[in-house]
Write a protein that binds this ligand. Structure first.
Ligand code: FAD
Length: 509
């Protein structure tokens, strides 16, 4: 493919990312800076704030690898690192012009229990508490075997990340959790960009090939075994690549409007927080080779999405103390209840939108708010009354609401809505801020069925030989409702497991 065509394609895709409200505006403008050269390493600014990521040039593509990993999000990159550590040669094929997927967009953090960082900070927690609270949040519909594996391997996932230079030692809380177990970077910034930058750096250091603009279309089989993929490079060159195992880590289908409205017609017209590459390709390809799915109609709608730009306002804002306020200037729910309940509460309001209201203390504790400000989402007032005016809500009502909340924080008791978390600090530090939000499609709980070895299962519950999957493309772990922070944990825990188990499988051939 000619240089000019490649550059044009990357530009078009990057513009599409901006239109879809994917990532922040800075990152997307940087993404257009892709400088491809025929015989040199392709350099693309992976994500905002990330260093330049080097992707493998097309002319280094081979016909055969030990393991093909489809999709360069957190699950795929973790799988590749573990497979390489086992002495194998994996390759990652990513259809977008940049690595990272929805992982880049993740904001609040990664849940894990009984971690060394929790212990250092005197936070008491256990795997059983994490298990019970996740199960409760999922309305007791989670796959219990998967959940047990998940909680029991969460602390070691934090340790593994730390061992490769990705330190998540600043801990907060998300809705539906009772303990502080949401791990994020030391400075409280969004987890995703930091994580992706760190994973890409490790891939480079280990010499793991990562091809972008590599759209995998089909999983191939021979003699009843998965043996490779068909992939189209740069929207033009079709190749068949073989491998003894294929790991599918293509993420969810939150950006595939057709798939969403097929399983959930009631969500037609909702905005989505997902990147445009989250189109459920892996699910469709796996179904074609006999894989089965679970919980496909379980779509998580996130309650706090800035509607005009479809941009997620992370749960850490509420975790650090923000309130949800209606147009009447009053609270209407426990802000840190599970996402499904908070969404339902917002949908009972006539305008189906609300305001997140917080003070300068919350702002200083949640780095991401600086980004929301840059994007023009944040309304500010030097006093509560001034903020109320900007929000167009009754000032006396907003003042009374904040006064009563500050008393609840002091008494450690929210008699109105029974909130028990995100109450370490009151909202008394001027200036005051608000962000207008409403619900948006955020996460697809359903997906392909796997076991704890990440083997993809067929309709009879038997593994499809040579086929593995991990991350949002899979279903079952979260049941009917995913807890915020559990997905980043899932992609690291099961991504690693997919790398280890696919490597063991290949070695045994
Ligand atoms: C705005 C936002 C904020 C979030 N915040 C959090 C949070 O704070 N904590 C948390 O736990 N979870 C969070 N989540 C959820 C979490 O980020 C995702 O569920 C998780 O990162 C998914 O990781 P993954 O590796 O499975 O998929 P992804 O990171 O989406 O990666 C999949 C990759 O596969 C590629 N791909 C797809 N199809 C193909 C194909 N046919 N061929 C080749 N490549 C393909 C995609 O382009 C993508 O790059 C958030 C999600 C969003 C959207």
């Amino acid at each position: 493919m000619k240089k000019t065509t490649t550059a044009a394609l990357i530009l078009i895709l990057s513009v599409m990312l901006v239109i879809a409200g994917c990532g922040n505006s800075n990152s997307n403008s940087k993404n257009t800076e892709n400088k491809s050269k025929d015989n040199e390493t392709q350099k693309v600014e992976a994500v905002s704030g990330a260093s330049e990521a080097s992707y493998t040039p097309y002319d280094q593509l081979k016909d055969k690898y030990d393991i093909i990993i489809v999709g360069a999000g957190g699950a795929g990159m973790s799988a590749a690192l573990e497979a390489k550590a086992k002495g194998l040669n994996p390759v990652i094929l990513e259809k977008m012009p940049v690595a990272g997927g929805n992982t880049t967009k993740s904001s609040s953090g990664m849940n894990a229990s009984a971690t060394k960082f929790q212990k250092e900070q005197g936070i008491e927690d256990s795997n059983d508490l994490f298990y019970d609270q996740t199960l409760k949040g999922g309305h007791d519909t989670n796959d219990k075997e998967m959940l047990r594996f998940f909680v029991d391997n969460s602390a070691s996932a934090i340790d593994w990340l730390d061992s490769i230079g990705i330190r998540l030692n600043n801990i907060t809380i998300t809705g539906g959790m009772k303990e502080k177990r949401t791990h994020r970077p030391e400075d409280g910034s969004a987890v995703g960009q930091y994580l992706v930058k760190g994973l890409v750096k490790n891939l480079q250091e280990k010499g793991i090939p990562l091809f972008v603009n590599a759209d995998v279309k089909e999983i191939t089989q021979k003699d009843g075994k998965v043996n490779g993929v068909k992939v189209i490079f740069n929207q033009a060159d079709e190749k068949v690549i073989t491998a003894a195992a294929v790991v599918v880590t293509t993420g969810g289908f939150g950006s595939n409007k057709e798939m969403i409205s097929e399983v959930r017609p009631d969500l037609e017209g909702y905005v989505t927080t997902n990147q445009i590459g989250s189109t459920g390709d892996g699910i469709k390809m796996i179904e074609k080779v006999g894989g089965t799915t679970v919980d496909m109609d379980q779509i998580q709608v996130h309650p706090t999405v800035q509607q005009e730009k479809s941009y997620l306002i992370g749960e850490a804002v509420r975790g650090e103390g923000a309130l949800l306020i209606s147009s009447k200037g009053t609270r209407f729910t426990n802000e840190l209840d599970t996402r499904d309940k908070v969404t339902a509460a917002i949908n009972t309001l006539p305008e189906k939108t609300a305001f997140l209201v917080f003070d300068s203390g919350v702002k200083s504790r949640v780095k991401a708010i600086e980004q929301y400000e840059k994007m023009g989402f944040v309304i500010q007032g030097d006093s509560i009354e001034a903020l109320a005016k900007e929000m167009n809500v009754p000032a006396d009502k907003l003042k009374a609401t904040l006064d009563s909340w500050n008393s609840a924080v002091k008494a450690k008791s929210d008699t109105e809505f029974g909130r028990t978390t995100g109450m370490d600090n009151d909202l008394s530090g001027a200036p005051y801020y608000a962000i207008k939000i409403g619900p948006g499609v955020h996460y697809t709980m359903g997906g392909v069925k796997i076991n704890t070895n990440t083997e993809v299962l067929n309709k009879d519950g038997k593994p499809i030989t040579g086929l593995f999957a991990a991350g949002e493309v899979t279903g079952g772990l979260h049941g009917e409702n995913r807890i915020g922070g559990n997905s980043v944990a899932e992609i690291i825990i099961f991504g690693r497991q997919a790398g280890i188990k696919s490597a063991e499988f290949v070695k045994a051939q």
